[in-house]
Design a protein around this ligand. Structure first.
Ligand code: SAM
Length: 256
């Protein structure tokens, strides 16, 4: 039993290795063991200089570790090695099951810290110049799972489709046809849609169209998971902003 047992739940950000917090980097440097998910950028593990590193994430649709096993691994390794970092893509509390893991850790009275991450739901659209809200265009946005724990399309998509909100759908690629049907039932065939795969990484791919033609664009561009689906008039704003961003370099503001 290790009396230094503790757990730090960290959000690794959306994929670009520079989009992680300083606090997360400092915690990784102190980790004895890192249990990481597949969506994190592997370069981030370099910060965990003294840690054992184990990939507990899903690989090519195959999930070698069940959620129960991951929960147990966190606790067992905290008692065995001390400081466990649980490193998850984006923010650990946005469809990340981070809260469930901490519930389990809490049963063993192991102290824990939460370090939020930049969620892909916000960063991936922003990186291609899509503002999720804009005065006069969208007063709110909904971040919705495309696929619930029952493997069904979320009822919230139906409700959100009846509002003026921007819809940001995660884990929705396998349900895209059903999502489109819901939108068409609400007479939203001309609504702009953007699909961004591997956002903020060097493999980023984007397809833009409308509800009516997005399926054809997905096929043409071979878009697949992991991807974010953004539905709303804000998608039309992206050109101007992207062009503007590309003309600015922030590099000179970073430490050498
Ligand atoms: C289990 S959820 C985890 C979300 C994560 N906790 C977050 O805050 O970004 C996984 C889904 O997030 C989305 N996702 C995560 N990273 C992404 C990226 N770099 N590009 C596009 N979609 C991404 C995809 O919809 C993917 O299926």
């Amino acid at each position: 039993m290790n009396d230094k047992a503790r757990v730090t739940l960290i959000g690794a950000g959306p994929g670009d290795p520079e989009l992680i917090t300083v606090k997360a980097v400092n915690a990784l440097a102190e980790a004895d063991i890192v249990l990481f998910d597949s969506l994190i950028n592997i370069e981030l593990l370099n910060y965990a200089v003294k840690a054992i590193k184990i990939n507990v994430g899903k690989r090519k649709g195959y999930q070698p570790y069940s959620q129960d096993t991951i929960n147990e691994l966190i606790v067992e390794n905290a008692f065995k090695y001390g400081h466990v970092v649980r490193l998850k893509g984006g923010d650990p509390f946005i469809f990340g099951r981070g809260s469930e893991e901490l519930d389990y850790v809490n049963n063993f009275e192991i102290p824990f810290t939460i370090i939020p991450g930049i969620s892909s739901s916000l960063a991936v659209p922003a990186n291609v110049g899509i503002p999720l809200t804009k005065r006069g265009i969208a007063a709110s946005f909904w971040v919705i799972t495309g696929c619930t724990s029952k493997k069904e399309i979320s009822e919230d998509i139906k409700i959100a489709a009846q509002s003026t909100a921007t819809l940001v759908i995660l884990m929705g690629m396998h349900k895209l046809k059903e999502i489109i049907s819901v939108l068409l039932e609400n007479d939203l065939g001309n609504k702009p849609v953007a699909i961004i795969q591997n956002g903020t990484t060097t493999n980023e791919k984007t397809g833009v169209g409308t509800v009516n033609n997005i399926m054809a664009i997905v096929t043409l561009k071979k878009l697949a998971s992991p991807a974010i689906i953004v539905i709303g008039d804000v998608v039309k704003e992206r050109h101007r902003l992207k062009e503007f961003c590309e003309n600015i370099s922030y590099k000179h503001l970073l430490p050498a």
